[in-house]
Ligand binder design. Structure first.
Ligand code: GRF
Length: 202
């Protein structure tokens, strides 16, 4: 199976997925890592591993539709069975989302349905919650919604800042996301009526 990973920056989740796929010898290969930004840090790691990389700079397209069409053309060159969003900071058009329906996953740093959108760590702190977390979900047209595959939670500790909380969570994201992707690759996730039936269901 072919996995295409989309990133916009650091790419630590992408790195965790690449490492897990190798270490656990998944019946899948990371066919490409694609970014909307040429300066995305993660591209260096991917290239160093011999993974094909591509950049589709969103700034060069006049509309979201034009960007998404260009992105889709590049992704589809790699015949993906699964598209993995890993810190890909673009809002996607409904047509693009529809094209990858049932085969595109995202990781969001909150316990969805709490805190969709940006600044989730700040939001969890401001709300005074004792727990924070991350969610892996199938991507649907509505931002940070879509059938949930799995979640992980971490405690919010006294003195936490958005950074300390994000760091504690990120370590867990790197376990959560590869595991969820592996389930998909192994055909262990069934989506029915907006619900995921699989090894874990939040
Ligand atoms: C992660 O916190 C992820 O949950 C969110 O964006 C961040 C990406 O980090 N979607 P990285 O690029 O994977 O290091």
């Amino acid at each position: 199976k072919n996995i295409v990973i989309l990133i916009s920056g650091r790419g630590s989740n992408m790195e965790a997925v690449v490492r897990a796929a190798e270490a656990e010898q998944w019946p899948a290969r990371i066919a490409a890592v694609i970014s909307n930004r040429a300066d995305a840090k993660g591209l260096e790691f991917a290239a160093a591993r011999g993974i094909p990389t591509a950049v589709v700079p969103n700034k060069e397209y006049p509309t979201r539709e034009a960007f998404d069409a260009a992105l889709q053309a590049v992704i589809d060159r790699f015949a993906p069975d699964l598209v993995v969003l890993a810190g890909f900071m673009r809002i996607l058009t409904p047509g693009f989302v529809e094209h990858y329906s049932g085969r595109m996953l995202n990781i969001h740093p909150s316990l969805l349905p709490l805190f969709p959108g940006l600044h989730t760590h700040e939001a969890a702190l401001a709300a005074g919650h004792a727990e924070h977390g991350a969610t892996v979900h199938f991507v649907t047209a509505e931002l940070d919604h879509g059938p949930m595959v799995d979640q992980v939670s971490v405690p919010v500790l006294p003195g936490d800042t958005a950074d300390t909380l994000a760091q504690r969570l990120l370590v867990q994201e790197h376990v959560l996301y590869p595991r969820a992707i592996r389930w998909f690759i192994e055909d262990k996730l069934i989506v029915e009526n907006g619900q995921v039936y699989g090894p874990h269901r939040p």
